[in-house]
Design a binder for this molecule. Structure first.
Ligand code: NCD
Length: 318
């Protein structure tokens, strides 16, 4: 099996063959999820705990459904409102949970690196559901599955990622994945929303939206992540929409069959025109949500196989 990871902490540590293995398995779960009986058995007997230290709708629902469809006992810890922060308390929380013998721990945390820290303290498999502005690996994997299904491949595509790149873990994980799969990434947005030193990563950076979208196969829009901004990064939302909001006119610079993506939650009229977001001929936003469940089923299935193999008593050869 081409998947060796013990945890899913980021795209950075995955090899291209591990990504392909996961996406291929996810395809089988897309089929399962479309059947009237959606039950698999890959996680039967295992306990999955979801700990979301930050608000979430689709990611949390998707991980919960994925675990339940594969037969795990799933528990959601309501920590979003708590004041727990990285450091002693996070480690204490991890140790407390570890004592309950979970097998899969799904964690979202506002601090970059917090999930990796927690993974060092527990004996189960840890999945990063988004840590600060660092990584959101299952989002990049579900985006990759959506792109592969729409375009038939992941290599030699031009993908424009547009908007608030600086605060986005989605942009970072997608950039890493698309590079590994040999696609070309263009980052589009105002200079104030570009992370410093980004050009060193070997990506094209465009301040002009029309130029950035030219001949793109995929247009990926991002939300302005105001909760991670500590001041004014744009003159006004109206001005932002005028320059960077995706509408039919700006999209006309991309390839005629370019697809439109958005990880959600969307701010209609800020980064994307509402009618375009709903246009099923261009937008694959709902398909992204569907792929999210299948990708999380595949990720937990593969990690559970590795966990079981690591725990199995060694075979004695006589
Ligand atoms: C993203 C996130 O939380 O990073 N949302 C998601 O998981 N679908 C993007 C965002 O919050 O804008």
């Amino acid at each position: 099996m081409g998947f060796r990871a013990r945890h899913l902490l980021g795209i950075e540590s995955l090899a291209p063959d591990e990504i392909v293995t996961l996406l291929d398995l996810a395809e089988t779960y897309v089929d399962l999820n479309r059947r009237p009986d959606k039950h698999g058995t890959a996680l039967v007997g295992l306990t999955q705990i979801n700990m979301f230290f930050e608000a979430s709708t689709r990611t949390q629902a998707s991980f919960e459904l994925a675990g339940k469809r594969l037969g795990a006992d799933v528990m959601n810890m309501g920590v979003a409102q708590s004041s727990v922060k990285k450091g002693e308390t996070l480690i204490d929380t991890a140790m407390t949970l570890n004592a309950m013998h979970p097998d899969l721990l799904v964690v979202r945390h506002p601090n970059s690196g917090a999930v990796a820290l927690l993974a060092q303290k527990v004996t189960c498999a840890v999945l990063n559901a988004g840590d600060g502005r660092h990584e959101h690996p299952t989002q990049a994997l579900l985006d990759a599955l959506t792109i592969r299904r729409a375009k038939g491949r992941l290599h030699r595509l031009t993908v424009a990622i547009c908007g608030d790149i600086a605060h986005s873990r989605v942009a970072r994980s997608n950039l890493l994945l698309l590079h590994k799969m040999e696609s070309r990434v263009r980052l589009v947005g105002p200079a104030t929303l570009m992370p410093p030193g980004i050009a060193d990563l070997g990506v094209e950076v465009c301040e002009d939206m029309r130029e950035g979208l030219r001949d793109a196969d995929v247009v990926m829009m991002l939300r302005l992540q105001k909760e991670r901004m500590d001041g004014g990064f744009i003159p006004s939302e109206r001005e932002y929409y005028h320059r960077y909001g995706l509408d039919a006119e700006k999209l006309s610079y991309a390839k005629p069959d370019a697809i439109v993506m958005h990880p959600g939650p969307m701010n209609r009229g800020v980064e994307i025109d509402g009618l375009l977001a709903d246009d099923i001929n261009r937008s694959v936003i709902q398909e992204q949500v569907e792929m999210g469940v299948a990708v999380r089923m595949a990720a937990m299935d593969l990690l559970a196989r590795n966990l079981r193999a690591a725990r199995a008593p060694e075979t004695v050869l006589v």
